[in-house]
Design a protein around this ligand. Structure first.
Ligand SMILES: Nc1ncnc2c1ncn2[C@@H]1O[C@H](COP(=O)(O)OP(=O)(O)OP(=O)(O)O)[C@@H](O)[C@H]1O
Ligand SMILES: [Mg+2]
Length: 137
């Protein structure tokens, strides 16, 4: 299934993330693609809000951030700087209970994933508008 959403502000993008989160199942993997500053982290923040996880930030130097609360674990990867994707031990990270996985620059890892991901691509249009295309397997 393909769905398209438009957002004019950062807040709207977060809200779209929150709404998307309602449809997720534990164990889902979300691949985010889109240029720098397109809103991948912003959308991630919205998804995290739904799971009552706050303080999601851009992992500038870290490749992986894990956020936990009592119920959920959000694994947030940003592969922008990774040179060799095979250096990541995916089995180690991907097998936790109650886990949602969100991967920025996700196209780099797609072929190594254990399951089909939900793919979200973000395009920057005029006047800060963002077009988000969500493809569910
Ligand atoms: N409609 C919009 N939706 C989301 N962000 C927007 C929008 N309009 C403007 N912005 C701005 O765009 C930037 C998006 O930043 P964000 O860190 O989410 O991007 P990113 O895709 O994660 O970038 P990077 O590839 O560097 O990690 C923010 O500065 C935000 O204020
Ligand atoms: Mg980011």
């Amino acid at each position: 299934m393909i769905e398209i959403f438009y957002s004019k502000t950062e807040k709207e993008t977060e809200n779209i993330g929150e709404n998307l989160a309602k449809t997720l199942k534990m164990g889902d993997i979300i691949l985010l693609t889109g240029a720098m500053g397109s809103g991948k982290t912003c959308l991630t923040r919205g998804i995290a809000n739904f799971f009552k996880i706050t303080q999601v930030h851009s992992p500038t130097f870290a490749i992986i951030n894990q956020y936990n609360n009592q119920e959920y674990q959000l694994l947030h990867l940003d592969l922008y700087r990774i040179e060799n994707i095979h250096h990541l031990d995916l089995d180690f990270y991907f097998n936790k209970k109650n886990q949602i996985i969100i991967i920025e620059w996700g196209e780099k890892i797609e072929s190594l994933l254990p399951q089909n991901p939900i793919k979200i691509s973000i395009e920057i249009e005029e006047n800060n508008r963002r077009k988000m295309t969500v493809k569910t397997p």
